[in-house]
Design a protein around this ligand. Structure first.
Ligand SMILES: C[S@@+](CC[C@H](N)C(=O)[O-])C[C@H]1O[C@@H](n2cnc3c(N)ncnc32)[C@H](O)[C@@H]1O
Length: 271
């Protein structure tokens, strides 16, 4: 089922990735069909809810690094259902003038984001598909909140693994990078099969029941999404290892969070 804007409408007969994720994070924006799948996944991989929280923590740390580097506008694609520590809250706590455009394919995520952002004239949400980056860029430009001639932080947290190889994720990423001014940053976290136990790989197969099946990728493939941008230290690493707030925040087995995270900067190379 499609809406006039070309993205799917709410389908309550199938679980949605955004609502399953919301359930894992303790949110209330999910339905029975989502909770059933979430419980099934959780039974197979008891560690998964912690993985999702580790993903939010990685995103928060990365946004702070971008803010420190002077980034004051963010394009957060696959932003999900609003939960604690949303990007505009983190960003605007440091820089009240910071602007954020959220993008999600899930109509429930978009509706809740719209509700949360009512009255905030520096943050908005677009209902769009990462696989159509031109549309996202056009929407971001026309909304007037983002100026893509200036450095921007493009956030792709836990979303590129929803784009199968057949939908050419490398081309999607190249389009986004090409639209960003020098000095821009790209933040990616992405599920991986590297170092993963069998139950994690089995749980990944369950994601085929949602509209958005997950494609696990290698560290090399994920690093490739940064193109020729400069990957910041410590590189593309298991998420808890990316600039932890404190050494005690790093789990003794960081690989069990099942996803790599990294941040890269578009350095201007004249000529
Ligand atoms: C795991 S959640 C991540 C949410 C948030 N970025 C975070 O890190 O906490 C993934 C989100 O990506 C969205 N998503 C999946 N495929 C997408 C696509 N093709 N275009 C836009 N959003 C998509 C889902 O609806 C979901 O809200």
């Amino acid at each position: 089922m499609q809406q006039a804007d070309g993205v799917p409408a709410v389908d309550l007969s199938r679980p949605s990735a955004a609502r399953v994720y919301d359930y894992f994070l303790g949110g209330a924006h999910n339905f029975e069909v989502d909770r059933q799948l979430a419980e099934q996944i959780a039974a197979m991989t008891p560690h998964l809810p912690a993985t999702m929280r580790a993903g939010r923590d990685f995103l928060r740390r990365a946004v702070r690094v971008l803010l420190d580097a002077g980034i004051d506008q963010f394009l957060d694609i696959g932003s999900g259902i609003p939960t604690v520590g949303n990007v505009h809250e983190v960003a605007q706590a440091t820089d009240p003038a910071a602007r954020v455009v959220y993008v999600d394919i899930d109509p429930v995520a978009v509706a809740h984001s719209r509700e949360l952002l009512a009255g905030n004239d520096r943050a908005t949400v677009l209902h769009a598909d990462l696989r159509d980056p031109e549309r996202i860029l056009a929407g971001a430009r026309s909304g007037g909140l983002l100026d893509l001639d200036r450095p921007v932080g493009i956030l792709l947290a836990g979303v590129v693994h929803f784009v199968p190889d057949a939908d050419r994720p490398a081309e999607v990423l190249a389009t986004l990078r090409a639209a960003a001014a020098p000095g821009s940053f790209l933040v990616i976290s992405h599920s991986t099969f590297e170092d993963q136990p069998q139950e994690m790989l089995d749980a990944q197969r369950l994601s085929a029941r949602t509209d958005t099946e997950i494609t696990l990728r290698s560290r090399a493939e994920i690093t490739g999404f940064f193109g020729d941008w400069t990957v910041l230290e410590p590189g593309v690493v298991h998420m808890p290892l990316w600039r932890p707030d404190s050494p005690s925040d790093v789990d003794d087995r960081p690989e069990r969070f099942g996803a790599f995270g990294g941040v890269a900067r578009h350095d201007h190379t004249p000529g």
